[in-house]
Write a protein that binds this ligand. Structure first.
Ligand code: ADP
Ligand code: MG
Ligand code: MG
Length: 888
């Protein structure tokens, strides 16, 4: 018989942290905490397998499930001494979802289940606190109606707001028991009116309703969106946790809170968290009341006059600090904890590895390695390479003038500037138009995920550091300021009021998620520091890494930036980029428009010194590191004017007839330029172009070598080779120029000639090509284009549809397609190496900066990856992780 239900409680558990797949993250960790003997309210977990069964059987339950649930309920009854549905001694439970991967706020939890018109009286009598009992009941009705009965929570909020206003209450805690009773009467009437049915009074009906709701919530819109954004398969399913209630709303000696064992924003090794007295469940996160700091240090730092938990409930605080330290050591990672204090007694309700900013992730990993809790390889493995992006992005220049219009909480670091928008849909619309926006909301909810994605940053006027906006923004690596309470947002009127100034939709503001400041207008930004923890992780990564990391760079600025990010050479210098600036484009056009070889050579003569000085500079910046220079690649018409006006202008400046220019442009027109007269085909048609470039490279190598006193060994890359004879033809010209320059300068020059592998034919014929080529660089942009037969420039219109319809899981231009393009890379590498064992192998497409693609390059055994300067640190880290994984 299949076991669908796993119990925990009283220091024992049938599952453990190992059972994450079966019990979900929450259930597995509840079991683990129980097994460790920590104070966890008893309960049980219905497995993710039951959820899969439910969906495989038209949303029905496995036949044995009911009996197993009853048995588990009986066990909880034994431990607590209470019985589910017993009006004199009732057991109340929470029903909580919990998938394998944590999906915060994505699935819904129901608290206080088991309450009805009878049991609420019993609860009041037992606790000797009517207010508490009725508060719990109304919460239950609200949650259950929303999650299980599908009634919009706004309905209840409206009633509550009206009642509050009528009675002059500011916060919920001011309601008396009688007032709650009246609210409940209104709630129940509303439910009957909306659903034509009374609120269910039978606890068993309530329980199965909630279990079904958790299972169905796996397929709700929010959950589906979240899974899509985080690549979580729908087949995983969620578990259901049913757990005895403990109450944080039993008066002034009760509380509920959330905490991180280290600061999730900075990584600082200090307990960090928030709590509310006399509150339940999500109150802290929901931003209904402003939460208090757990530690005294945290309180002082935030300048709050509300007492800390440390002061208010010292015993519970001491127990909590002990447990959080124990859990961090046990899991060997920073933990995100939920707890409740019921009349002074501490209960643990959840633990999981905490989400953190990139900065905090670095600090925590480095600190933990230094503390000896983890190894340096583990520290390297803990950092998500893509998250480094956050650290490489600008912060506000400290010298900049700040026109501060408000201050909130520094919820997610980094600064961002953009136009104000008040809704997520607007954010998405403007983003699609290429505009930059800041999403401004009272608070955010899971319905805002798409808007948050589309925004540069998020500003809310309500909610704490653990509010939805803060948690999600940190996860996305977007700057966020939350709880800027002095700002007024009028969503309908489309205005933000601050210090008496009014800002409308479309006006530009800047938020500083590091300080919590909100500023009017745009503000100068600074590049980040790459020392400290960043440098430490990079050093460990470099020690673990096998592949080299080079950069794709043409300009001195890019090359310098890449070196400061740790690039170990240039993997791709696209020479054509050097021809667009200033006078060069004129000489270039002269060359293209020339009537014959003589004229062409004359024009090339003008380009030679410019090209040479570019290379000298590049060699000097990359002193001692390899530099791969690619010969001219794009079709020539890319350099010619397009519009009539441009044609007139260029013709005038070249001193030729506009008509001739037009004819020449038309003659160069191609139907499929990307498959046309480009790459080495240009060098075959016009060898003098390749010769000029080779000369510029060799002369620059001699010059830079002489200046630095060490030999420069350039790597010359011939693009778009399909057959060996193409390479041989171009290589012969290069060798001849090299011989000339050596003779003229009376010196020796070391150099390599190789090719880009970017056509399927080249990958297949790699063995023959490697007879001539001394290195290969896989040009995976073109190789993807030519393998799929999909034009990169036209793909955007349908690739997104392909992804949405599940035909392609990932954009193959972003992440290397292992099955097709990857196989060609593997084949090319194998055949190339077989022909020439010391063949140097690299990759220089966009994929060289994509962690998953880098992992593939490690598996295939490439010597290096090359990527854009900003991705160099990401590639260093990803290459290290791949090497560590491959070793294991
Ligand atoms: P989420 O996955 O959104 O965090 P949870 O299942 O953890 O949802 O529950 C939401 C809130 O309810 C949390 O604050 C949690 O601590 C609280 N909660 C859940 N179960 C209980 C319980 N048995 N007793 C008291 N509070 C609970
Ligand atoms: Mg939780
Ligand atoms: Mg190419």
């Amino acid at each position: 018989m299949t076991k669908w239900v796993y119990s925990f409680g009283d220091g024992q558990a049938e599952g453990s942290a190992q059972d994450r797949e079966l019990l979900g993250g929450k259930g597995a960790n509840l079991a683990e905490m129980c097994g460790l003997g920590l104070p966890v309210p008893p309960g049980f977990t219905i497995t993710t397998e039951a959820c899969a069964w439910y969906y495989a059987h038209e949303r029905s339950y496995p036949p044995e499930l009911e009996r197993q649930v009853d048995a588990a309920l009986a066990e909880v009854a034994r431990i607590t001494g209470r019985r589910f549905g017993d009006p004199r001694n009732m057991l109340l439970v929470s029903v909580r979802s919990g998938a394998r991967a944590s999906m915060p706020g994505m699935m819904d939890t129901v608290l206080n289940l088991g309450l009805n018109d009878d049991t609420v009286e019993a609860l009041a009598a037992e606790s000797d606190d009517e207010r508490f009992a009725y508060d719990s009941y109304r919460r239950f009705i609200q949650m259950y109606s929303d999650v299980v009965l599908g009634l919009d929570h706004e309905v209840f909020e409206q009633i509550l707001e009206d009642e509050k206003a009528q009675r002059g209450h500011e916060v919920d805690t001011e309601f008396t028991a009688d007032e709650w009773r009246e609210v409940i009467t209104l709630y129940k009437a509303k439910i009957e009116e909306e659903l034509g049915q009374p609120f269910p009074q039978d606890p068993r009906e309530q329980l199965w309703g909630a279990i079904g709701a958790v299972f169905s919530s796996w397929m709700n819109h929010r959950a589906i969106t979240y899974r899509r954004l985080h690549n979580i398969p729908a087949s995983w399913g969620t578990a259901v946790n049913v757990q005895a209630m403990v109450f944080g709303n039993m008066g002034e000696t009760s509380a509920t809170g959330v905490a991180f064992t280290r600061n999730p924003s900075t990584g600082e090794n200090r307990l960090y968290g928030e709590f509310l007295v006399n509150a339940q469940g999500e109150d802290v996160v929901a931003g209904i009341r402003t939460p208090q700091s757990i530690t005294e240090a945290g309180r002082l730092e935030s300048g709050s006059d509300k007492p800390s938990l440390e002061k208010l409930m010292p015993e519970a605080f001491a127990a909590f600090t002990r447990i959080s330290a124990r859990l961090e050591e046990h899991y060997r990672d920073m933990q995100d904890l939920e707890f409740t204090i019921e009349r002074g007694k501490l209960w643990m309700l959840q633990t999981r590895s905490g989400k953190r900013t990139a900065k905090a992730a670095l600090k925590i990993a480095v600190d933990m390695a230094n503390e000896g809790l983890i190894t340096s390889d583990e520290a390297v493995a803990r950092i998500d390479p893509a998250s480094l992006d956050q650290l490489l992005h600008p912060t506000i220049d400290p010298k900049a003038e700040r026109d501060v219009i408000g201050v909130g909480l520094p919820a997610s670091p980094g600064a961002a500037t953009g136009e104000i928008v008040f809704s997520s849909d607007e954010a998405e619309e403007l983003k699609a138009q290429g505009r930059k926006v800041i999403l401004v909301r009272v608070e955010t909810s899971p319905e805002d995920i798409h808007g948050m994605h589309a925004s540069e940053g998020i500003l809310t006027t309500r909610g704490g550091m653990t509010s939805h906006a803060a948690v999600v923004a940190r996860g996305m690596g977007k700057p966020c300021v939350s709880g800027a309470g002095a700002l007024r947002v009028d969503t309908r009127g489309g205005t933000l009021t601050a210090l008496g100034r009014r800002f409308s939709k479309g006006e530009v503001i800047t938020i500083d998620g590091t300080t919590g400041q909100v500023l009017a207008g745009a503000v100068p930004m600074l590049q980040p520091e790459l020392s400290g923890d960043f440098a430490a992780i990079m050093e460990w990564a470099d020690a673990a890494r096998r592949m080299k990391v080079r950069t794709n760079a043409e300009t001195p600025a890019d090359a310098r930036m890449a070196r400061s990010f740790g690039a170990e050479g240039v993997g791709l210098c696209r020479t054509e980029h050097m021809f667009f600036e200033g006078d060069r484009i004129v000489a270039m056009r002269e060359m293209i428009l020339a009537d014959g070889e003589t004229d062409r050579r004359a024009a090339l003569e003008k380009l030679l010194p410019m090209q040479r000085s570019d290379f000298v500079e590049l060699f000097e910046i990359m002193a001692g590191l390899p530099v791969t220079i690619r010969l001219l690649d794009p079709p020539l018409h890319e350099f010619l004017p397009k519009t009539e006006d441009e044609i007139e202008e260029v013709a005038a400046s070249l001193g030729i007839e506009a008509e001739r220019l037009r004819e020449r442009t038309e003659a160069l027109h191609e139907f499929n330029p990307m498959l046309g007269h480009r790459g080495c085909r240009l060098a075959v048609s016009y060898p003098e172009i390749a010769e000029m470039q080779a000369r510029a490279i060799f002369e620059a190598a001699v010059e830079a070598g002489a200046r630095s006193g060490s030999q420069v060994v350039p790597e010359i890359m011939v693009p778009l080779v399909g057959v060996t004879a193409e390479l041989d033809f171009v290589k012969a010209r290069i060798d001849a120029v090299a011989a000339d320059v050596m003779r003229e300068r009376d010196t020796r020059i070391g150099y390599l000639v190789g090719t880009m592998i970017e056509l399927p034919r080249a990958a297949i014929a790699a063995g023959a090509i490697a007879e001539s080529a001394e290195f290969f660089s896989f040009g995976t942009n073109d190789l993807t284009q030519t393998t799929f037969g999909i034009s990169r420039d036209d793909a955007a219109s349908f690739l997104e549809t392909y992804r949405r319809k599940g035909i392609l899981e990932e954009d193959p231009f972003v992440s290397l397609d292992r099955e097709g393009v990857g196989e060609l890379v593997r084949l090319g590498a194998e055949r190339g190496r077989a022909a020439r064992p010391d063949l140097k192998l690299g990759i220089c497409g966009e994929h060289g900066g994509d962690p998953a693609s880098i992992a593939f390059c490690e598996e295939v055994g490439l010597d290096y990856v090359s990527c854009s300067p900003f991705r160099v640190p990401i590639a260093r880290l990803a290459a290290a992780q791949a090497a560590v994984r491959n070793k294991a």
